[in-house]
Design a protein around this ligand. Structure first.
Ligand code: DC
Length: 648
C-alpha cells in the first residue's frame, strides 16, 4: 500500500499561493464551453476533477488549448455540443457529473455518463426528476437514482416551473440552472425542501452572470432563467484560489502559531468556504483578512471547542473536525447530513479515523461531536483515506500531536496534487540529529550523550533489529525466514524506558547485546520487508522537543529531513580494540582476532546489502573518532547540531 509518513509538527508559519478553486474551475469550464466566443481561463486548478471535465468537453467537440502557466483557452460552441453521441467518464467528480448530465440532457443527443464505482453510489435522482419534467429522456443503467445514466434525444419542453429537491445536494440545482439557458425559454426553478450548501448556489449564479446570464431569484426558493438567455464569453476569466483548500492552512496557523497566510481568496471571494475563517475565529484563532488573502494565527490561550451549524461550509467543516483535536473541550458540528453522500460517507469515515487517534467521537445522522484527548495515539497501520482528498488533507493536522502515517495519500490529486509538499513548506517538524556509522564505532554512546545534553529523546535503532532477532530466536523462527521474521517485527511488544528495554514484559537490555544477537540482528536487518515493518516504529520516536537517532540508515531512509546528519566511524582496528576492552570490562572472556574478523564481516554485510546499505549519505558530516575521546566526539556533534538548529 502507498503511504506518506508525516513528521510530528511543532509550528506553522508562512505564505501559500492557493491552487484554483475546484468549484469555480469546473463551472467556468462548462460555461466557457457552452458560450459564444473564446474564453481564456487563468489560474485554472490542475487536478483530477478538472482533468476529467476537460477531457469530457474535448470528447464532446469543444476546442481546448493549454497555454503556459495554468492558462486554458476554451473555444465556446455557442449552444449545444458538436458531438451528438458519446460516453463520458467523469471519475468521482460530483460537480462534473451533475452539471454535464443536465447540459447533455437539455442540449440533446445520445450519451452515456459514468464514473468510478463510488460515483455510482452518489445520488442523482433529484436532478433526473427535474430534467424529466422538462421532457428529457434520462435512464438509469444501474441502480435507480444513481449513475451510470443513458441520455437519449428527446423533445425538450422548457418554460413553466420545474421543481427540484435541494436537501440532498445543491449540485442538482446548480446543474439545472447552468443548463436551462440552452433552451432560450423563460423557466422557473422551484426548490423543494430546505436548500443545503447555499453558498455553492451563489458561486453558480455569480459565474453565470460572468457569462452574461442573469438569474432572477426570490430568496432560496425560486430562480427564473430569463427568455433568450445565451452564454457569452467575457474574454478572460480568473479562477479564485480554492477556499476549501485554504482551510487546512488556516487551521495550521491556528494550531501551530502562525501566521499562515493564504493568497487567492479573501474578503472579495464568491466562495462560501471563506467563512471557515469565522468558524476558526470562534474557536479563538486570530484571523486577518484582505480582499485577496486571509491569515490565521494561534490564540494565546489555545483553541477552544465550539458547536456550529455547518450547512454553509460543508466541505471546510471537515477541517474543524480535526482542528478540534487541539481545542480545549468538545466540538460539535451539526447539519452535515450531506457528508454522507460525498466522496465517501464522511461522517462515518471521520469518526472511525478520529477514534484511531484516541479522540472520543459521537456521530449521528447529521452531526459529529469530537472530544479531544491530551495525547494522540498514532495508529501503526495508519489513517485510511477512503479515496477522499479531504480526509487525507484534514488528517494531516493531526501531525501536530504525533508522527502520523496517512495511507493512499495520492487521493489529494482530486483538488490539490502537491498538498503535502506545500504543507512541508509552511511547517516545522520536530528536529532530528541522525548519527549513522558502523558497528562498535561508539555512535550509540555519543548519540545517547548528545540526547541527554539537549534533553531530547533517543532512538537506538539497532536495538530494534536486535530485539527482532531475539524475539525470532525465542519463537524458534530462523533469521532467514523473511515472512515469519516480518510478522514478528510487526508485533514486537517492546517498552523502552531509560536504559531498560522490555520485550513482552521481560528485561532484555543485556540479552540483546550478545555477540550472537549482534550477528542475528545483522542478518534480519538485511531483509527488506523487516526494514519496512520497523520503519514507522522508528519514526514514532520523533517527539518534541527533538530526537537523536543512531543506526545505519537514519539520515538516508528513516529521517531524510534530519536537521543534522553525522557519519560517525573509526578504523576497524580501533573499533575491535574498543569492543575487546568493553567485553573484558564486563568480565567476559574475549580474544581480539575473532572480534576483528566478526566486525569486518558485519561491515561487509551492512554496507553491501541491497536495501539501506550503510553509507555516508549526502549532506552527512564525517566524524572519525579513531583519535577522539567520547567527550570530544560528543562536543563535535553538539557543535554541528547547534549550528544548524540556530539557522532554522
Ligand atoms: O548498531 P547495532 O550494532 O546495535 O546494530 C545491530 C545490527 O542492526 C547491525 O548489524 C546493523 C543493523 N542495523 C541496521 O541495519 N540499521 C539500523 N538503523 C541499525 C542497525
Amino acid at each position: 500500500m502507498d503511504f506518506i509518513d508525516l513528521a510530528p509538527l511543532v509550528s506553522a508559519q508562512g505564505t501559500l499561493r492557493l491552487p484554483g478553486s475546484k468549484s469555480i474551475s469546473n463551472r467556468v469550464l462548462l460555461l466557457a464551453a457552452l458560450a459564444e466566443g473564446e474564453t481564456e481561463v487563468r489560474d485554472l486548478l490542475a487536478s483530477d476533477d478538472t482533468q476529467v471535465m476537460l477531457e469530457a468537453l474535448q470528447q464532446l467537440g469543444v476546442g481546448i488549448r493549454h497555454g503556459g502557466d495554468g492558462v486554458v483557452h476554451v473555444s465556446g460552441v455557442g449552444g449545444a455540443f458538436p458531438n451528438k453521441t458519446g460516453a463520458v467518464f467523469l471519475g468521482n467528480a460530483g460537480t462534473a457529473v451533475r452539471s454535464l448530465t443536465a447540459a447533455l440532457a437539455l442540449a440533446g443527443g445520445h450519451y452515456k455518463v459514468s464514473g468510478v464505482p463510488r460515483m455510482h453510489e452518489r445520488p442523482i435522482g433529484d436532478l433526473v426528476d427535474g430534467l424529466r419534467q422538462l421532457g428529457a429522456d434520462v435512464a438509469y443503467l444501474g441502480k435507480d437514482g444513481f449513475p451510470p445514466l443513458e441520455i437519449r434525444p428527446a423533445s425538450i419542453t422548457p418554460g413553466g416551473t420545474v421543481n427540484v429537491r435541494g436537501d440532498v445536494s445543491s449540485q442538482f440545482l446548480t446543474g439545472l440552472l447552468m443548463a436551462l439557458p440552452l433552451t432560450g425559454v423563460e423557466t422557473t426553478v422551484k426548490v423543494v425542501g430546505e436548500l443545503i450548501s447555499k453558498p455553492y448556489i451563489e458561486i453558480t449564479l455569480a459565474i453565470m452572470a460572468r457569462f452574461d446570464v442573469q438569474v432572477a431569484r426570490d430568496g432560496w426558493q425560486q430562480f427564473v432563467i430569463p427568455a433568450n438567455s445565451r452564454y457569452r464569453s467575457p474574454g478572460i476569466v480568473y479562477v479564485e484560489g480554492d477556499a476549501s483548500s485554504a482551510s487546512y492552512f488556516l487551521a495550521l496557523g491556528a494550531i501551530g502559531g502562525g501566521p499562515v497566510r493564504v493568497e487567492g481568496v479573501g474578503r472579495d471571494s464568491i466562495q462560501g468556504d471563506v467563512r471557515f475563517a469565522e468558524a476558526l475565529a470562534q474557536m479563538g484563532a486570530v484571523i486577518e483578512m484582505g480582499d485577496n488573502w486571509i491569515a490565521a494565527s494561534a490564540p494565546a490561550g489555545g483553541l477552544k471547542g465550539i458547536t456550529l451549524d455547518c450547512n454553509h461550509i460543508p466541505d471546510a467543516a471537515m477541517t474543524l473536525a480535526t482542528a478540534a483535536l487541539f481545542a480545549s473541550g468538545p466540538t460539535c458540528l451539526t447539519n452535515i447530513a450531506s457528508w454522507r453522500v460525498k466522496e465517501t460517507d464522511r461522517i462515518a469515515a471521520m469518526a472511525k479515523e478520529l477514534r484511531k487517534l484516541g479522540a472520543v467521537v459521537e456521530e449521528g445522522a447529521d452531526y459529529i461531536r469530537v472530544t479531544p484527548v491530551a495525547d494522540l495515539t498514532s495508529p501503526p497501520a495508519g489513517i485510511d483515506t477512503y479515496d477522499d482528498h479531504r480526509i487525507a488533507m484534514c488528517f494531516s493536522l493531526a501531525a501536530f500531536g504525533t508522527a502520523l502515517r496517512i495511507n493512499d495519500p495520492r487521493c489529494v490529486g482530486k483538488t490539490f496534487p502537491d498538498y503535502f509538499e506545500r504543507l512541508a513548506e509552511v511547517t516545522k517538524a520536530v528536529p532530528v540529529i541522525a548519527i549513522d556509522g558502523p558497528s562498535a564505532s561508539g555512535k550509540g554512546t555519543v548519540a545517547a550523550r548528545v540526547a541527554a545534553a539537549l534533553g531530547w529523546h533517543y532512538l537506538d535503532s539497532g536495538a530494534l533489529y536486535r530485539l527482532t532477532a531475539l524475539a525470532a530466536r525465542r519463537a524458534g523462527i530462523a533469521w532467514e525466514d523473511e515472512p515469519a521474521v516480518v510478522a514478528m517485527a510487526a508485533k514486537l511488544d517492546v517498552v523502552f524506558s531509560g536504559d531498560s528495554i522490555r520485550l513482552a514484559g521481560e528485561e532484555v537490555s543485556e540479552a540483546i547485546r550478545t555477540e550472537e544477537m549482534s550477528s542475528g540482528a545483522s542478518k534480519v536487518a538485511a531483509l527488506p520487508a523487516v526494514r519496512a515493518a520497523l520503519l514507522f516504529r522508528q519514526r514514532l520516536f520523533r517527539r518534541t522537543p527533538g530526537l537523536v537517532a543512531d543506526g545505519r540508515d537514519m539520515a538516508s531512509v528513516v529521517f531524510p529531513d534530519a536537521a543534522a546528519k553525522v557519519f560517525l566511524t573509526a578504523s576497524v582496528e580501533i573499533r575491535a580494540e574498543r569492543r575487546y576492552k568493553q567485553l573484558i570490562g564486563k568480565g567476559i572472556e574475549a580474544t581480539m582476532r575473532p572480534i576483528l574478523q566478526d566486525l569486518r564481516e558485519r561491515d561487509e554485510r551492512d554496507s553491501t546489502r541491497s536495501v539501506a546499505p550503510l553509507q555516508q549519505s549526502a549532506g552527512a558530516r564525517l566524524l572519525d573518532t579513531s583519535d577522539l575521546t567520547i567527550e570530544q566526539a560528543v562536543a563535535q556533534v553538539l557543535g554541528w547540531g547547534n549550528e544548524v538548529l540556530h539557522k532554522q
